[in-house]
Write a protein that binds this ligand. Sequence first.
Ligand code: BJW
Length: 241
Amino acid sequence: MAKPPSIVILTGAGISAESGIDTFRGGKDGRGGLWEQHRVEDVATPEAFARDPDLVQRFYDMRRASIQTRQPNAAHHALARLEQALPGLVPGARVIVVTQNVDDLHERGGSQNVIHMHGEHLKAWCTACDTRIGWTGPLIDRPPCPACGSAALRPDIVWFGEVPYRMDDIHTALSQADLFVSIGTSGAVYPAAGFVRLARDRGLHTLELNLERSQGSAWFHETRLGPASEVVTAWVDELLA
Ligand code: BJW
């Protein structure tokens, strides 16, 4: 019996750009991106949090509030459609979304098999008792942890220098997959930027969907350029036709 096809899809900020969530790094003009006033390296590190916790908490409070006003776009919906429809066409097929994004637009778009390797805006992490808890409000006023009462909640986000989540699950998924697809990521941040090389080493076909060529483009067998809402939808339509 043929092995059921398994697809690992890595997503980055570009898939949420058309939902109105800024990317981290600007385009070819070098401008834009989320951190115009603060370099990402100046805010998204444990050192920055230790140095100026109010700045970091305010920054994440603002973004936690903002993502709750955003809606999934056609690309998020297309990936959910793929996850739901593929097993009907190929029994046993699996679609796994590994996202670097900390928004919840994949889930709200209907995807169920999602790994958030860089954490989630809508969770807080208590550094006193190590509990992770759903959180939608601000953290700036140091609310008590619902589990232990300590004023030790921080955004449940993987900062530079911290180990991304569920790396074992990601490696297992890559080792069992037939196809690796990367959507809307610049290939600037590791370990995600290295997945295409791991995938190639393991013999997977590799496809990049992006607005413009990324730092990792040369590693892919194929790159298709355009806004995610168009290229992702077209690719899913093609696969399900
Ligand atoms: C569109 C579009 C549209 C636009 N349609 N597309 C030196 C060399 C190599 C590595 C290192 C090094 N020094 C340090 C490191 C490691 C470090 C790292 O990679 N640093 C780099 C700066 C070099 N990495 C880490 O520290 C990571 N941890 C780690 O490595 O631990 C060690 C370890 C690993 C594994 C096992 C054991 C140990 C942690 C990284 C944490 C990243 N955190 C952030 C911030 C937190 C989230 C937040 O605050 O919101 O995560 S950084 C930021 O970048 C965010 C993103 O997830 C991540 C990736 O960005 P992404 O998604 O690619 O966005 P952009 O903006 O870069 O690109 C947007 C793309 O969209 C572009 O390509 C556009 O073309 C495209 N686009 N509109 C389609 N409409």
